[in-house]
Design a protein around this ligand. Structure first.
Ligand SMILES: *Cc1c(COP(=O)(O)O)cnc(C)c1O
Length: 397
């Protein structure tokens, strides 16, 4: 049977380069980078070489890179740092958007309970927010703006450089969750005016459980984890060297191949969008062009996303209804609701996320499979019958 993995926004397959990068540190080089003897110093040199790779890829200084256990930890630490710095100056207001990842939203919720005030901006129907809208929400007591680089569900890429410039002008720290963008889009923390940035290796064919927090020089990070003096005392715990080396290898490979892969994947994405757009009463989520090269997200009226996923899985297509974190819950995705999608259609969502290994044949197979499954589910759906008979009105024309 066919097996098509189309859930690369949830996680990616590790690349051979990442595996090769890790192997020496799983089997052979076992030192603790904090040890002063040669075994430790060999590990330390490797650690610093990985830091240099990550820094070069983001356009920053290696001293601005902190290794974390992944995107969630980096988001938590970035936001907590800005909140802590703000609170010291009596600034306890944070601006963000309603369609951030839960690593951001739930951190903000926790801070609200601790006395911070959070403004969550809605995004437009196409999943975009403008720098002007963000700037207008900034107040004299705002200590942080956090807006994601690219959305994990609907794939929209935000105008990060303009938002960064607006924050810089107003003297407010700017954090971006770049977990979906890193390794797929060119990021330059200088050009984009980013103060704090999170990324995660497993979204660009690196290992799971490792990521980076970039913090501009002069921003003292607030610890989440206390202990030893690793990571300049800002993140205690012996470094996960094999994972860090795998991340650096994956990042380097992603950067070298970025343009060519993005062109290939975007062409497949557009073919898939055109194909699925032929399905009656279907709606693309997110901006048509300002989106991640590999992201395709649709709503289909009159069906239920979970059934769609299960039947697609039977046909060998592994997809998602949105975020891996919301699957299993019956609430429609907060991202689709933030885009203004009504509940009844937000339930019928499908996300297919491609990689550079996806082929044209696979795309065509997915178009056929989704078309068939949607038609079948509608044929047995009471809602669809009501829509057909005019008892209920279509939301998607
Ligand atoms: C995957 C993801 C995260 C979480 O990263 P982990 O490394 O899995 O903790 C955060 N933000 C976005 C946008 C993501 O896609």
């Amino acid at each position: 049977m066919r097996h098509i993995y189309a859930d690369n926004a949830a996680t990616t397959k590790m690349s051979q380069a990442a595996i090769r990068g890790m192997l020496p540190y799983l089997d052979g080089i076992y030192g603790n980078p904090s040890s002063l003897h040669s075994t430790g110093q060999t590990a330390k040199e490797a650690l610093e070489s990985a830091r240099a790779v990550m820094a070069k890829g983001l356009g920053c200084d290696p001293r601005e890179i902190t290794f974390t256990s992944g995107g969630s930890e980096a988001d938590n630490q970035a936001i907590r740092t800005a909140a802590w710095l703000g609170a010291k100056k009596g600034k306890k207001h944070i601006v963000s958007t309603a369609f951030e990842h839960h690593a951001v939203l739930h951190t903000l919720e926790a801070l609200e309970k601790e006395g911070f005030e959070v403004t969550l901006l809605d995004v437009h129907g196409d999943g975009r927010i403008t720098a002007e809208e963000v700037a207008a929400a900034i107040r004299p007591d705002t200590c942080l703006v956090t807006v994601m680089y690219a959305n994990n569900e609907v794939g929209t890429v935000e105008p990060i450089a303009q938002i960064g410039a607006a924050c810089r002008e107003k003297g407010v720290l700017f954090h971006t969750d770049a977990v979906q963008a890193a390794g797929h889009l060119a990021i330059d923390v200088e050009k984009d005016h980013i103060d704090l940035l999170s990324l995660s290796a497993h979204k660009f064919h690196g290992p799971k459980g490792v990521g980076v927090l970039y913090a501009r020089k002069g921003i003292p990070l607030q610890n989440l984890i206390y202990g030893g003096a690793q990571e300049r005392g800002k993140r205690a715990g012996t470094e996960n060297l094999p994972a860090i080396m795998g991340m650096a290898a994956a990042f380097e490979e992603a950067l070298v191949n970025m343009d060519q892969r993005a062109a290939h994947v975007a062409a497949l994405r557009d073919r898939l969008i055109d194909g699925l757009g032929q399905i009656p009463h279907s709606l693309l989520n997110g901006h048509r062009t300002e989106r991640l090269p590999g992201n395709v997200s649709f709503c289909f009226e009159g069906i239920e996303g979970e059934s769609l996923l299960l039947l697609l899985d039977d046909k060998g297509v592994e997809a998602s209804s949105g975020s891996a974190c919301t699957s299993g819950s019956l609430d429609p995705s907060h991202v689709l609701l933030a885009l203004g999608r009504p509940h009844e259609i937000a339930h019928g969502s499908l996300r297919l996320t491609l990689s550079h290994e996806t082929t044209v044949e696979e795309v065509d197979y997915m178009i056929d499979a989704v078309t068939q499954v949607v038609a079948y589910l509608r044929s047995i759906s009471p809602v669809w019958r009501d829509l057909q008979s005019g008892k209920q009105n279509f939301v998607i024309q």
